[in-house]
Design a protein around this ligand. Structure first.
Ligand SMILES: NC(=O)c1ccc[n+]([C@@H]2O[C@H](COP(=O)([O-])OP(=O)(O)OC[C@H]3O[C@@H](n4cnc5c(N)ncnc54)[C@H](OP(=O)(O)O)[C@@H]3O)[C@@H](O)[C@H]2O)c1
Length: 304
């Protein structure tokens, strides 16, 4: 990143205002997109996770439901789908959905490498690719930093050879943040993936500012604490002022909080329900909360 861009980002983060890379596709009520720092490619701020929800094995009915979720996701302008060889049959189920409805040109295929053996990374990646049925992945991430040095060598080589567009690393629920930061400082990464939501905010202190400083896109996993956060809030009243930011449910309230952080690029909520994917995608619509409103939202949830 150039000194000028770094200076601008630092100023923007300090002021708590929207990053210049945030773009709404139309005004108002249009989905929000962010620009990937390393290329300037626009990507909608809500993606789709697949852990557990898409691990449905051979159950025909559940596979159809997952395919319907994917169809609704793409119809709402979605691009990034995130999976991993760790997620059971999820990759295969994604492949089923892509075959059933045709692979949209906008698909941003994000997967992971997750194997302790470095030399076996490439064959795992190739197997994952065949399950998705895509010509190549857009993004490959080292899942939970497992054997990260060896796998990052593989991923950087794939990128240099034109077999991959973006390289990243992941962690979740605050695990190994110190080592995560060290890798962020030393490696030329396009993306990092971490846990962040209205109650799990540790990454605000160091990782999000570092990502902005290093020009890395940030993907947010576990936005709903795998549903536990929404279950906890479900009996509570949404404040009347949630309407001021266009949030009509707790899911939208939380997603708007996450994607309005200036350093966040994409949140990837997982769902098995068409109604929920529509609701989640609608949270991208402007208006999004500003810094003062974000503070008010966090305090409200903290005090419930
Ligand atoms: N280390 C890593 O790399 C890592 C770790 C964890 C997760 N991830 C990624 O992050 C993704 C998201 O995290 P997660 O799967 O832990 O869970 P999550 O997205 O925090 O929560 C998913 C749960 O929320 C519910 N939900 C979704 N939308 C809803 C809505 N609008 N209203 C009510 N309930 C709703 C879903 O239930 P329904 O099915 O009923 O909608 C599901 O049970 C994963 O799928 C995975 O792709 C990566």
């Amino acid at each position: 990143m150039t000194a000028t861009r770094r200076t601008v980002l630092k100023g923007v983060l300090a002021a708590g205002v929207a990053m210049p890379t945030m773009r709404a596709w139309a005004q108002p009520g249009a989905p929000t997109a962010r620009l990937i720092p390393s290329t300037g490619e626009a990507i909608p701020s809500v993606g789709l996770g697949t852990w557990i929800t898409f691990n449905v094995g051979d159950d025909v009915e559940l596979r159809e439901e997952c395919a319907a979720v994917m169809q609704a996701f793409f119809q709402a302008g979605g691009r990034m789908i995130d999976s991993s060889p760790m997620y059971g049959s999820s990759q295969e189920v994604i492949g089923y959905g892509l075959r059933k409805f045709g692979r949209p040109t906008g698909l941003f295929a994000a997967d992971k490498v997750w194997i302790s053996s470095g030399p076996r990374g490439p064959s795992q990646i190739e197997h994952s690719r065949s399950l998705w049925g895509v010509p190549h992945f857009d993004l490959l991430q080292v899942h939970n930093l497992l054997s990260w040095e060896e796998h990052l060598r593989t991923l950087h080589a794939m990128k240099a050879a034109g077999q991959l567009r973006y390289v990243g690393i992941t962690t979740s629920e605050g695990r190994r943040h110190e080592q995560f930061e060290v890798i962020m400082r030393r490696q030329p990464l396009d993306f990092v993936q971490v846990t962040y939501n209205i109650v799990d905010r540790e990454v605000e202190n160091r990782i999000l500012p570092l990502a902005a400083d290093r020009g890395m896109g940030v993907i947010i996993n576990r936005p709903f604490q795998q549903g536990a956060l929404l279950r906890r809030l479900s009996g509570r009243r949404l404040p009347a002022w949630a309407g001021d930011i266009g949030a009509s449910s707790w899911a939208q309230f939380i997603l708007k909080f996450i994607i309005s952080h200036p350093a966040v690029m994409v949140a990837i909520p997982a769902t098995s329900q068409v109604a929920h994917v529509r609701e989640n995608m609608a949270s991208m619509a402007t208006p999004l909360p500003d810094a003062a409103m974000r503070q008010r939202m966090a305090v409200y949830v903290r005090d419930l």
